[in-house]
Design a binder for this molecule. Sequence first.
Ligand code: FAD
Length: 497
Amino acid sequence: MSEKTRYVVIGGGIAGVTAAETLSVITENATITLFSASPLIKTVSNLIQLTQTLETFDVEEQSFTGLKELNNPVQVIHTTVTSLCAKDKQLFTADGKVIEYDKLCICTGGKPKLISQDNPFVIGIRDTESVQTFQQRVKSANRIIIVGNGGIATELVHELEGCEVIWAIKDKSIAHTFVDPGAGEFFMEYVNKVKDNTQEGVSKRLKYTTEETNRKSPVQSNVMGSALGPDWATRLQIHGPQEVSHRVHIEHQVEVQKMISPEQFQQLSMTQTVLDGSVVESSTWPVYVQLTNGKVYGCDLVVSATGVEPFTDLFLPGNDFDVAADGGLKVNSKMETSEPHVYAAGDVCTACWEYSPLWLQMRLWTQARQMGCYAAKCMVAAAKGEEISMDFCFELFAHATTFFKFKAINFFLLLVILLGRFNGQGLQNDYEVLLRVTKGKEYVKAILQNGRLVGAILIGETDLEETFENLILNGMDLTPFKENLLEPGIDVDDFFD
Ligand code: FAD
């Protein structure tokens, strides 16, 4: 090793930037280099620690100088890393440079899984550039089909105005990636609700905006910019040509069977499904979508919001990485990949350690930040030959988000809180559910296994997050209190004083 330890991080998203910033804080005798294919990097601001494990923060796109440094400066280089030779500890960049490292952290995020790769009417939403393309195309779109049931689809369905939206979901209920059918039902009334844009100003959270025009595309066209994140859709003008607010039709339990061109549609003498109440029925559309329930809808554009897959393409050739079934680089409890001295964090990696029964990996901002920070600590510990114990944040899955602008009118927007095994994941139906629902106001679901709280979904201003977190973490037997646990007007904390 050279006198100074050479740390290199690839990726200007939250995972990479957090790793670089943490390295800057905790290293002493080191050089730190961050490679980013995108001209702007993502930084975290206004971090609020709500409970031990729950946090909210804003995400800002900044120039490289926005990076927070302490002990060691971080050199940020805007270029694409084109390949890696892990055996020789060398990286190769698009501008012909060869970089040597002692410890490397790959944080290259994910790329959208599109339902059709080369159909010009299918677009995926991932980064700023793809949102700008979408905004342009929506302006003349009378009907859009959105495919997918995760956070991106759910946000888009709510934000899109001025056009008809057909939302094709493969599940029985909406927002299924995050919440159970009960909560999906709770959200349903917001789907076609006219948005109250007057509340916009009340939010104290910074909103992600894509108004900046001075952006260059990433160096290589197959390398994406950083993924968008919380609130990315709320300030966007995504408006079609019609004078309507919301017109959403949901097709449940379907997938896209086939994309059909107008020519094929004619040749096959197909009939399109008439959409109830449609004001834009047209005999010809630029593209048709056949769903697995046999329905065929014409539309102007299809948004494929069917998730992302880890972006590992450039690193696999010539190296010996263990890759997980979901395509991510497998990492152990020290964020190490199977290649010596190579770490990974964020969307690109798959957590393969034996993790706490209350934690699970979801490709989210929070986890990108936590993993980036922890990976940096692991790299430094390894360089110093020290042991490191697993960060506490991996004890309990905790995520706060918002849907359908279902927001509090004051301070932070803590509206959908997911804790532990919030959907009973991995519990094999061996659990009990306690539920409290006040239509339009709150949805509280507690998941108990053997009398112990193991997960929760809290929607609305329930004020239960801290208590529930404590109950989950201390594993207390709640059998004696079960009947009253969710009773309205009862302060749960009183039981445990
Ligand atoms: P990314 O943010 O994808 O960053 C990867 C970085 O690596 C980029 O800067 C890219 O340019 C760079 N890169 C890639 N390859 C190379 C290379 N070869 N050389 C150099 N640089 C390279 N999460 C939430 O928690 N809440 C939400 O509400 C939410 N909404 C979302 C909405 C959308 C539309 C999307 C797409 C994602 C959303 N997510 C949300 C998920 C969240 O954005 C991601 O989990 C998170 O951004 C992952 O961060 P990352 O740093 O791992 O990857």
